[in-house]
Design a protein around this ligand. Structure first.
Ligand code: ASP
Ligand code: MG
Length: 422
């Protein structure tokens, strides 16, 4: 008997019909002799709608109350799903995050899991029932309050439960057939990947791939949970995200796993920075104080005549204005000349574990972009990733040409079954 954790995203339970369809699938898994724990997200775009509603009432809702509100979405979905499963003759019980033992810190809106005590879930399984757990929510022992893990947090709930219950696999059900070599919504020729390492998946998620939530992949990697990302609309095998032990699959690693695009970043250039020791430290201490998560950093060679240089970096657009304000406030003490803010950039990332042992990947990438007349503004690399910044309006073309240049195109167009990708 296997213990399977199944997570269904909002698009898989968008309406009553979908809930019944998912219930059937869960019943099949249970009847095949498995123990089944289900983690469910709020129906369709419920979370966004609740969020909009809160902001209609007040511009800045309190974090505690917002979490109280948003967690209602998962509560609706879990109860409906449990009813539907019971109507098919299989016992099912729904649990809120706190009932399921998802203990978090007290950070409303972006709580971190600190402990998982799924006693009641285990009990339900022992009594032959399917346990349905509300995704994305938890409970803080000190404040006694309900928390949420941040948008898309149901994946993390599922992985954390899978780790705590020592599940055989954590299945993440979504509206596409698995993880693709690029977003099938943008690149119809994208091909499904059968197997990818968690290391590659982390890089892709960090580079803007939206299919899996990065914290869930990190958690799965740390706890050795195998993920199976697959469609709830058919029975096809999806993509396995595996944690190979060192060296295990170094022989047949494919060169490239995928290409991701990210349009959520902006670029700040600090121009005319005195080229003396300590200036980068000063600038990035200010940036850090505004809590911005920065990504690429480029420093130019300084102009001999002025002894000044330009430093550019990328950061999430959402943190742009706060960071600009923080830097502007310190202009005199840093001694730079001016700031430029550019939010019309796109970032393309090419990811693959095989890059480690293959020269020439960057040459091929840059050539493909050059041949399509796409200008590169910034470049950064890690061991298994190359990222470039281009103009935002060329990013879709860039992804397509790079995808073809590395022979990633599939034979049949990728199918996107439903949902809005939100
Ligand atoms: N319903 C929450 C959201 O939309 C959590 C999730 O879907 O994972 O962010
Ligand atoms: Mg959702």
């Amino acid at each position: 008997m296997s213990l399977i954790v199944q997570k269904y995203g909002g698009s898989s339970v968008a309406d009553a019909e979908s809930i019944k369809r998912v219930a059937k699938r869960i019943v099949q898994t249970r009847k095949a002799g498995n123990e089944v724990v289900v983690v469910v997200s709020a129906m369709g775009d419920t979370t966004d709608e609740l969020m909009d509603l809160a902001h209609e009432v007040v511009p800045l809702p309190s974090g505690r109350e917002l979490d109280m509100l948003l967690t209602a979405g998962e509560r609706i979905a879990m109860a409906l799903l449990a009813m539907s499963i019971k109507s098919l003759g299989v016992d099912a019980r729904s649990y809120t995050g706190s009932q399921a033992g998802m203990i978090t810190d007290a950070q409303h809106g972006s709580a971190r899991i600190v402990d998982v005590t799924p006693g009641r879930v285990r009990e339900a399984l022992d009594e032959g029932a399917v346990a349905i757990v509300a995704g994305f929510q938890g409970f803080n022992r000190v404040t006694g309050d309900i928390t949420t893990l941040g948008r898309g947090g149901s994946d993390t709930t599922a992985v954390a439960l899978a780790a705590a219950l020592k599940a055989d696999v954590c299945e993440i059900y979504t509206d596409v057939d698995g993880i693709f070599t690029s977003d099938p919504r943008q690149v119809p020729s994208a091909r499904k990947i059968d197997r990818i390492t968690s290391e590659e998946m982390l890089e892709l998620a960090a580079a803007g791939a939206k299919v899996l939530y990065i914290r869930a992949v990190e958690y799965a990697r740390r706890h050795g949970v195998t993920l199976h990302v697959r469609s709830s609309f058919n029975n096809n095998e999806g993509t396995l995200v595996v944690n190979p032990v060192d060296g295990e699959n170094s022989v047949e690693e494919p060169l490239i796993a995928g290409v991701a695009a990210d349009l959520s970043q902006a670029k700040i250039t600090v121009a005319g920075v005195p080229d003396i020791p300590g200036k980068a430290a000063q600038i990035f201490t200010i940036v850090a104080s505004s809590n911005a998560n920065i990504d690429m950093i480029v420093q130019n060679v300084s102009a001999a005549a002025t002894g000044r240089t330009d430093i550019s970096f990328t950061l999430p657009k959402t943190e742009g204005s706060a960071t600009i304000a923080a830097l502007e406030a310190q202009r005199e003490s840093v001694g730079f000349e001016m700031l430029q803010y550019d939010d019309q950039i796109g970032k393309l990332s090419l990811v693959g574990a095989g890059m480690r042992t293959n020269a020439g990947v960057s040459a091929k990438l840059f050539t493909a972009l050059f041949e399509s007349g796409i200008n590169i503004e910034m470049i950064s690399t890690s061991e298994i990733r190359i990222s470039v910044v281009t103009r935002a309006d060329t990013i879709n073309d860039a992804v397509r040409v790079v995808h073809s240049a590395f022979d990633l195109d599939g034979d049949t167009p990728a199918v996107v079954h439903g949902g809005t990708g939100r």
